[in-house]
Ligand binder design. Structure first.
Ligand code: SF4
Length: 413
C-alpha cells in the first residue's frame, strides 16, 4: 500500500503557495485557456511556468486542467496549448474529452494524461478502456460507493484519484445542462452559473405567475443544491481502497478554505499512516472543516446508496470570517499581516497555523507597515503589524467567529 497523494486546488499563485505550505503533495490548476473554471483566477502562461518551478522546488507536483468539451474551432489552439504545458514542465494534464486525449497522445506523448472526473468513469471496464487509450490516472465519478471504488482499483492496476471533499453537482459532472438551459452559460465549457444553487418556487399550470413557496425551511427550497462531500471520517477506508490520490474540490474557494482543508486532511492522512493499528478518528477534524465555507456535509454515495438527505436548503454556511494571513514573520511574535476582513483592536480572534490547534488571541495595538501605531480599525487590503503571544509563522491565519455584534457595523458602513 502506497501513501496517497493529497491533491489541492490552486486558483492562483498565492493559493498555490498556501496549499503547499499547509501540506499539499500536488496541486491542480488551469492555465489561461481550456480549463473548466472561467471565473477562477487562472494562471497566465508565464506565471504558470513560475508556479511549476516554485512547486517543484518544494517537491510538489502540478497538474494542469484542459478539461473542457471543446468544439472543432478549439482544436488547433489546444494542440499548441498542450505543447506549451509540456514545455513548462507540468507533471500531467487533466483531460475529459477523448479528442483531446487523442491530440495529446500524438503531440505530447511523454506528458502523462489524467482523466478528469468530467468523463464520469463509473466502472472498471470504462477504466480499462481509458487505460488502453494511454490514460495514466483516472479521477473517478463522485457518485461511487467505497465497494465500487475498491473493485476498480483492484481490477485495473492504474492510478485512481478520488474527490474526498468539496462541492457536489446534482447531476454527473460533465453531464449537466441546467446552466446552459437556464442561463445560457455552458458548465461543460467552464462557465457554470450554479443554477442548481438557485431558489425555486412551484407554479400550478392554470395559475400562471402565481409562485407557491416550497419550504424546506424558512429560506425556501433549494432542492437541486447538494450538500458538500466530506469524507474525513473515512480516511482508513479511503487509503485501504488502493486509490493513489485524494482530491479536494474548489479552485474558486478562498485561501482560508484552502489552508484549513489542506491542514485537516494532511493531519488525518499522516495520523493514520504513522500508526495504522492505533488510529483514532479526531472529531475536531470535522468541526474544523465546518468552520470553512460549506453547504453542510454529506458522504453522498460513499456508503452504498445515496444519502437521502443530500440536498441542502441553504447556500454556503459561513460561521467564521477570514481576517488575514501572515505575510511575513518579523520576529518570533510580531508579524506583518495581510488583512482580508475588518477587525478592531481589542477583538478576540483565533489564530491557526500549519500544525496544532487554533489558539485564542486578543488583538492588541495595531501598527502600520512602517511600524507606526495605527488607528484602532483595520480594513481589507491593508497590511498591518500585529503582536502575537507565541512564535508566529508566514501563512498563519487569523479568523473570527461570527456572532451578534460581529462582523462590526462601522459608522460609515
Ligand atoms: S449547475 Fe450545478 S449541477 Fe450543474 S454543473 Fe453547475 S454546479 Fe454542477
Amino acid at each position: 500500500m502506497k501513501k496517497p497523494e493529497l491533491l489541492i486546488p490552486a486558483g492562483n499563485f498565492e493559493k498555490l503557495k498556501v496549499a503547499i505550505h499547509y501540506g499539499a503533495d500536488a496541486v491542480y490548476l488551469a492555465g489561461p485557456e481550456y480549463g473548466l473554471r472561467k471565473k477562477a483566477g487562472n494562471f497566465p502562461l508565464q506565471e504558470l511556468e513560475e508556479a511549476v518551478k516554485y512547486a517543484h522546488e518544494k517537491e510538489t507536483k502540478v497538474y494542469v486542467t484542459v478539461n473542457i468539451y471543446p468544439r472543432n474551432s478549439d482544436l488547433n489552439g489546444i494542440t499548441v496549448y498542450l505543447k506549451e504545458i509540456e514545455n513548462l514542465g507540468a507533471d500531467a494534464v487533466i483531460i475529459s474529452d477523448p479528442g483531446v486525449i487523442h491530440i495529446a497522445k500524438k503531440t505530447v506523448p511523454q506528458l502523462p494524461v489524467h482523466l478528469s472526473t468530467q468523463a464520469n468513469t463509473t466502472n472498471r471496464e470504462s477504466a480499462l478502456f481509458w487505460k488502453n487509450q494511454g490514460v495514466k490516472r483516472i479521477c473517478l465519478a463522485r457518485e461511487l460507493s467505497l465497494q465500487e471504488i475498491k473493485e476498480i482499483t483492484k481490477k485495473t492496476d492504474m492510478e485512481i484519484e478520488l474527490f474526498i471533499h468539496g462541492a457536489m453537482c446534482i447531476s454527473y459532472s460533465g453531464r449537466c445542462l441546467m446552466s446552459k438551459y437556464m442561463a445560457g452559460r455552458d458548465a461543460n465549457e467552464g462557465d457554470c452559473s450554479q443554477t442548481c444553487r438557485w431558489k425555486y418556487y412551484l407554479m400550478e399550470d392554470k395559475r400562471k405567475g402565481e409562485y407557491f413557496p416550497v419550504e424546506q425551511d424558512e429560506r425556501g427550497t433549494y432542492f437541486f443544491s447538494s450538500k458538500d462531500l466530506c469524507l474525513i471520517k473515512y480516511i482508513p477506508e479511503l487509503i485501504q481502497s488502493g486509490a493513489s490520490s485524494f482530491k479536494i474540490e474548489g479552485r474558486m474557494k478562498s485561501i482560508y478554505y484552502n489552508s484549513m482543508v489542506t491542514k485537516i486532511y494532511r493531519e488525518a492522512i499522516d495520523t493514520y499512516w504513522k500508526n495504522r493499528e492505533n488510529y483514532l478518528y479526531n472529531s475536531e477534524w470535522e468541526k474544523e472543516l465546518s468552520k470553512t465555507s460549506n453547504r453542510d456535509f454529506t458522504t453522498a454515495f460513499f456508503n452504498g446508496k445515496a444519502d437521502n438527505d443530500i440536498s441542502t436548503s441553504s447556500n454556503a454556511i459561513q460561521t467564521y470570517d477570514f481576517l488575514g494571513i501572515v505575510k511575513e514573520a518579523l520576529s518570533q511574535s510580531r508579524a506583518l499581516v495581510d488583512i482580508r476582513n475588518k477587525f478592531v483592536s481589542g477583538d478576540d480572534v483565533e489564530w491557526v497555523g500549519k500544525r496544532g490547534k487554533p489558539a485564542s488571541l486578543k488583538i492588541g495595538s495595531i501598527l502600520d507597515a512602517e511600524g507606526v501605531r495605527k488607528k484602532e480599525v483595520v480594513q481589507p487590503n491593508e497590511e498591518v503589524i500585529i503582536q502575537f503571544d507565541a512564535p508566529v509563522e508566514k501563512y498563519d491565519i487569523l479568523r473570527k467567529k461570527r456572532n451578534e455584534g460581529y462582523p462590526h457595523k462601522m459608522p460609515d458602513s
